[in-house]
Structure formats: C-alpha cells, structure tokens
Design a binder for this molecule. Structure first.
Ligand SMILES: NC(=O)c1ccc[n+]([C@@H]2O[C@H](COP(=O)([O-])OP(=O)(O)OC[C@H]3O[C@@H](n4cnc5c(N)ncnc54)[C@H](O)[C@@H]3O)[C@@H](O)[C@H]2O)c1
Length: 460
C-alpha cells in the first residue's frame, strides 16, 4: 500500500552517511517515505532509540521529528528493496586487508553483497544510487551483477557520491556546495538521473545539481578527498620546516592563503588528518593508478599519506624529546580522541596512533573527549597498558606531567588553564596538536608549550 507517499526511498547502510543523508531527505520531503536498513540490528535499534548511534550537531532534531512519520529504520532489507523505487547504497567500503591489493584497494565485499541482495529481492524496476565512495568503474561491476539474470526487472545505476563532512554533516546536507549525479548517457540513464535530481530539487538550487557521466562522478569523489588531504599534508610539511627555521606556520598559512588562487581553507597545521575516508580513498586512488601503470602518479598521491604518517610520529618524538627522553610512568592527558571536533567518530584518528605509541613508552594515559570516549575504549581494547577514560578534562589534567591536544573541540579552548596548571605535576607541558590554545598566555602561566609549526615556548 503506497497510500499518501509519492515515492518510496530505501537506503542500505545506516552509518555516518546513510543516517544523516536520509534524515535530510525525509526532513525536506514529507511526501516521500524513506527507510534505512542495515544488517547490524544494534545499529538499527540505536537509530530507533533516544540515543542515536552517531553524534552530529542538529541530527537528533531532524531524526526525531521525521522518525515514524516518513523516516523509518529497519533490519528488513528484503521488504525495503521490494517496496522502494530508488535505492541508495551507503555501505562501508574500507581498505582491503587481505589478498591482492591488501592495504590499498577498496574492499568491495559489502558492496557486492548488497548488489546481490537487491537482485534477489527486487520484483520491480529500481534505480540504484551509489552513495558509498567507490573505485572508478564500480558501476560497471554493479551493472554486471544486476543484469546477470533475466527476470524482467530493470535496474539503472547512478553515481551520487556524498561530500558531507562529519561534524558539519547537517549544514552540508542542507546547503550543499554541489550535488553530483553521474549517469549513463542513455535514454534510461538520463531518465533515472532526472528522477534523482528531482529529489534534491526539493531544497537544493538547480545550479548546484551537477550532472556528469558516471565515471567522472565516481572519480570526482576520490579526487576531492585526495585534494583535501593533500592540502593538509602540504601545510604540515611546511610546519616541520617552520619548526626548524623559527617561522610561524599560522602566519605563513595566512600569507599564502590570501592569494585567491590558493585560498585560506584547510591550511591548519596539525598532528595529522584522520577520519575513515582520506587515507582509504587515497590508497584506493594509488592502487587504481598502479593498476593502470601510472606509477609516477601513484607515487605522487602516496606521498600525501607518507607526510601524514610522518606528522604523527614527529609529534610523538617532539613529546619524547621535550620530556627528557623518557615518558615511562608519566601521566599524560590526551585532550580529545575524535578525529575532528563535533563528532564522536575516531576512525583513523591520529589519537589512536599517539595513544598506542605513548603506551609503548610506558606512559600512564588518561583520555578525555566530550563525545568519543566509547569509541576510544573500543579502539584501545587489547592494548596492554595503563589507560583511564574520564569525562572531565580538569580531572584528566590533575597530576599529569603533560597534556596533548588531539582534537580541536571548542571546549578545550575555553578551559581554565590557570587552574589546570596548578593541578599538574611540574614542569608542566602542553603539546598542542591542533594549534587551538593561546600559546603565549599558557607560557606566561608557567607551561612549556609545544605548538605545531611554531617555535616552542619553554622555561627550561
Ligand atoms: N563518513 C564520512 O564522512 C563519509 C563521507 C562521504 C562518503 N563516505 C563514504 O560512504 C560510505 C559509508 O561510509 P560510512 O562512514 O557511513 O560507513 P559506516 O561504517 O558508518 O556505515 C556503513 C553501514 O553499512 C552497513 N552494511 C554493510 N554491509 C551491509 C549490507 N550488506 N546490508 C546492509 N547494511 C550493510 C554496516 O553495518 C554499517 O552500519 C563509504 O564508502 C564512505 O567512504 C563517508
């Protein structure tokens, strides 16, 4: 019974992308019935509860307003497929950990299982939308699977990569820079493209809906992430040079970024980028380049990851050197564990690496984060060592020899550092992995301050 809804939309994969994107469609389009399914029943139960499985500013409000009205979370994938006209697929596509391409290629097993399940369950024509980030030419593989039987059901595959950034997902979805839709240039491909564009046209201005051929769309997402990560690695590489030459990376970034050809965004030096996407998508790009014999191109992009790895280990070495080359038995407070502010996501967070290395050095760790403690516990499970997790940053700092700022949470800028300084072991150190606190002020309070890409301010 399709009753009052004009369109039935399904999303397979209730993760960081599937949840917020579908919540936004349901919020903007009350005329559509939007269902999100997942193989993970716990995740679905959380989406149906008062405590959503992910933290995103503004997400709770739109989910709670639409849930049960035109937004539904379910584990019944088969029913969802049968009922829907358009199926978004936003399952995870992590880096492959085994076999050919291990450590580089995208692991497409979840993606392929989804394609097979759609094929098995579908009883009417469907538009399949690739929301996950996929290697260029995946749509061809999808088509091969979907066209492998002749039961009369027709599928059209579109590429519609998601450009939201965690932490600002709701505002990115509400006012996207662009919505990219790639399709086959056939009559049915163009028709499917119009049907998808019509959904977004409910709130996205026409000029921001960009249509391309399907391969350009798939590739654009990998390239966008590679370019973003490249900017971070570029400024981080310069930060290392600034530390040697007593230049200040923030001033260099400002001077450089005022050139409109360069622009000021994404030029903050830091302990390194994290998140589930940048590293895996660049590795995937590198793998694809190698596959096509483009070894120099592959090497170029690989260096973006190498600088990021360097940046993390450089941060650790700075800590070690500053603290008299021994961290054993010292209490170190990690301020933040999420890979960026305003999310609880810790996937590929530099904090994981720093925590593991500090534990190796036999430091006693105390970790505080406003939203990521549960994920931090899971990330460090199985690592032998002394680790505590506390909600309150003041408690975390008390008795510590050092604070290392891992995440640019606004809360950490606004703390009473005088009180914190008083509570710490002396000499007290602060390593600002995000350059977010007032370094001169902290120095005046008595801290030995180690920013990124700027001269250290020390009393020693
Ligand atoms: N996280 C981001 O910021 C972001 C942004 C843009 C694009 N992407 C891309 O979107 C995709 C999803 O990313 P994510 O962060 O939402 O991942 P995620 O791990 O949070 O969510 C994926 C979900 O898919 C489910 N799933 C896996 N196989 C399934 C199957 N066969 N049937 C039903 N459900 C299944 C998993 O249980 C999981 O809940 C990835 O390709 C990613 O690269 C992510």
């Amino acid at each position: 019974m399709k009753s009052c809804f004009t369109q039935y939309i399904l999303c397979i994969g209730a993760g960081y992308v599937g949840g917020p994107t579908m919540a936004m469609i349901a919020h903007k389009c009350p005329q559509y019935r939007v269902t999100i399914v997942d193989i993970n029943p716990e995740r679905i139960a959380q989406w149906n509860s008062d405590r959503l499985p992910i933290y995103e500013p503004g997400l709770d409000e739109i989910v709670k307003a639409a849930r049960g009205r035109n937004l539904f979370f379910s584990t019944d994938i088969e029913k969802g497929i049968q009922e829907s006209d358009i199926i978004f697929v936003s399952v995870n596509t992590p880096t492959k950990t085994f076999g050919v391409g291990a450590g580089m290629a995208a692991d497409l097993q979840y993606w392929e299982k989804t394609a097979r399940q759609i094929l098995e369950s579908a009883t009417s024509d469907k538009i399949i939308v690739e929301k996950s980030t996929l290697p260029v030419r995946t749509a061809r593989a999808m088509e091969r699977i979907l066209f492998s039987t002749h039961n009369g059901v027709r599928f059209e595959v579109l590429s519609n990569p998601e450009f939201l950034a965690e932490g600002t997902a709701i505002q990115d979805l509400e006012r996207p820079d662009r919505v990219l839709i790639g399709s086959r240039q056939t009559e049915s491909g163009l028709k499917a493209r119009s049907a998808l564009a019509e959904i977004y046209a409910n709130w996205v201005p026409q000029e921001r809906i960009l249509t391309t051929d399907i391969w350009s769309s798939e590739l654009s997402k990998l390239v966008a992430n590679a370019f973003l990560a490249q900017r971070i690695s570029s400024i981080n590489a310069i930060a290392a040079l600034c530390e040697k030459t007593e230049a200040d990376v923030s001033q260099v970034a400002k001077a450089v970024g005022m050139d409109p050809r360069i622009g000021p965004k994404f030029l903050n030096a830091s302990v390194g980028f994290g998140g589930s996407c940048f590293k895996k998508d660049i590795l995937n790009l590198v793998y694809i380049c190698r596959y096509y014999g483009l070894n120099e191109v592959a090497k170029y992009w690989e260096s973006v990851i190498e600088i990021n790895e360097y940046q993390k280990s450089h941060f650790l070495i700075t800590m070690l050197n500053a603290m008299f080359n021994t961290l054993a038995g010292k209490r170190i407070a990690l301020f933040g564990f999420a890979f960026k502010a305003d999310t609880g996501d810790t996937r590929e967070s530099p904090a994981i690496y720093i925590a593991a290395r500090l534990i190796e050095e036999q430091a006693d760790l105390v970790i505080t984060d406003p939203k990521a403690l549960a994920n931090a516990k899971a990330d460090l499970k199985g690592i032998e060592g002394k680790v505590q997790f506390v909600e309150d940053p003041y408690e975390a700092a008390t008795g510590s020899h050092a604070i290392a700022i891992m995440t640019e949470w606004r809360q950490f800028r606004e703390l009473d550092y005088e009180r914190i300084y008083r509570s710490m072991a002396k000499p007290a150190f602060i390593f600002d992995g995000r350059n977010i606190v007032d370094h001169s002020k902290l120095y005046r309070l008595g801290f030995n301050v180690y920013p990124i890409g700027k001269p250290a301010l020390t009393h020693l």
